[in-house]
Structures are given as C-alpha cells and as structure tokens.
Write a protein that binds this ligand. Structure first.
Ligand SMILES: [Mg+2]
Length: 241
C-alpha cells in the first residue's frame, strides 16, 4: 500500500482515501515559487588555450632569439608534454639560457593580430578562462597585454636565474578543469590548437581546433577546425547556453 495514502474506516465500512499532498493540491492553489518547478539554468564558460590561439608560441620565439633551433619543438609536434619539457630544460642548461633572458624574449612578444580584440569581445559576452601548460613566470607579460584574463597554468623551479625544473600543479589540468566546471553545472565551449588541448576539447560540451596543424586535425576529426577569430567567435556565440 502507498504509505502516502491514508485510509480511515468508519463502522459502516465506508472508506475515505486521501491522495498524496502534491496530487491533492489543485493547480490554482499551488503557490509554491515557480523556480521550484524550473529546470536548473545552464550558463557558459569558454576555456581557451593560450599559445597558438591568442599569443605566439613562446618557445619558438626563444629558439629564434637564442639561435637554439632545437627549442622550436612544441606541443604541436610532441604529444608527451613531460618528454618535451625535459628536452627543453636540458637544452637551456646546455646553452646556459637563464629565466631572465627568456622573460626578456617574452616581453617582446605581442598577442597574435586580432587576438586581443577577440578575447575582449568574448569576455563581454561570457566568462573566459585560459587553460595553458605554460608557467606563471612566462605568462605574466602576455597577460598584461591581454588585460589580465583569468589563467590556470603551472610554475617553474628556479635557482640563481636558472630554470632547474618545472612543477605541474596538476597533470592533465586542462581536461580536469573542464570536468570541474561541468560539475558546477556550466556549459563548456573549448578551443585549442595542439595535442595537449584534445583532452580538454573532448571533455567540453563543444570543442574547436583553432589554427591547428594538419596532423592534429587528421587525428581528431571530431573537432571542427577553424582558422579565423571571426569564425571562432560566431561559432562560440551560436553554442552559448
Ligand atoms: Mg597551444
């Protein structure tokens, strides 16, 4: 028997059944606030990669300035980030390249043409968080030029101006950040250019490859590949919750 159903019996076996409260209240007397009945409302966050999407590749600039050609390799070519970073740190040590020299190089970089305007317009429409595998020590001069957007990245270990190691705050942080935002009931639209973005794009509700190399596009055909900020902005707008 339904526990919410109460049965009273009179001596003459007359039975009165009361329905459960929610069914029993006629619609016009139901004065519960409307939002009790509404579905939870979705809001959006856009997560963007930094290098190759908003600013040039930092390590390519360092390779050009220092003449150490091997530093040109990036996450666009090497899927394993740990392997890539160890390779870079060894090269820095071999060539005696200091943190201040690299920061000088970064100080000369500017956002990609149109990148600053794209980000400003996007931030006027929705929340934007940059998810990058760069380091706080490298990002700062670029964040200043982009009017200080929120960025989640990593940190370096430095001794006497020499970069001795790097500290990932969290492995696979791009994908995990998107998963965490989703658990807060956000609708996530993500864009990135390289192998280290694909887990983020896969975790997001909508993922775009932006100016990404052919090898990445061929390996991940499930993500629409875009080339212009205009196109990216239009598609992000169309997918906002
Ligand atoms: Mg990138």
């Amino acid at each position: 028997m339904n526990l919410a159903t109460l049965i009273f019996r009179s001596p003459g076996e007359y039975t009165v059944t009361l329905k459960p409260a929610a069914q029993w209240i006629p619609e016009r007397l139901d004065n519960r606030p409307r939002f009790w009945k509404a579905r939870a409302v979705k809001q959006s966050i856009v997560t963007l990669d930094l290098e190759g999407v908003l600013v040039p590749e930092i390590w390519i600039a360092v390779a050009e300035r220092t003449g150490v050609k091997e530093l040109r390799l990036t996450t666009r070519e090497v899927p394993d980030y740990d392997e890539l970073m160890k390779y870079r740190l060894n090269l820095l040590a071999q060539h005696g390249l200091t943190l201040s020299l690299i920061q000088d190089v970064i100080g000369t970089l500017e956002p990609l043409p149109g990148g600053k305007e794209f980000l400003a317009e996007l931030r006027s429409l929705t929340q934007v968080i940059i998810l990058s595998d760069t380091f706080e020590e490298f990002a700062k001069p670029l964040m200043r030029q982009l009017d200080w957007p929120a960025i989640f990245c990593h940190r370096l270990e430095v001794e006497n101006d020499r970069i001795t190691n790097y500290r990932l705050r969290l492995s696979n942080q791009k994908q995990k950040a998107v998963a965490a935002f989703k658990s807060l009931n956000y609708h996530i639209i993500a864009a990135g250019d390289a192998f280290n973005d694909t887990a983020m794009l896969g975790e997001a509700h909508v993922g775009f490859l932006f100016r990404s190399p052919l090898a990445v596009q061929q390996q991940f055909p499930q993500f629409k590949a875009l080339e212009s900020y205009e196109e990216l902005l239009t598609l992000i707008k169309a997918n906002l919750a």
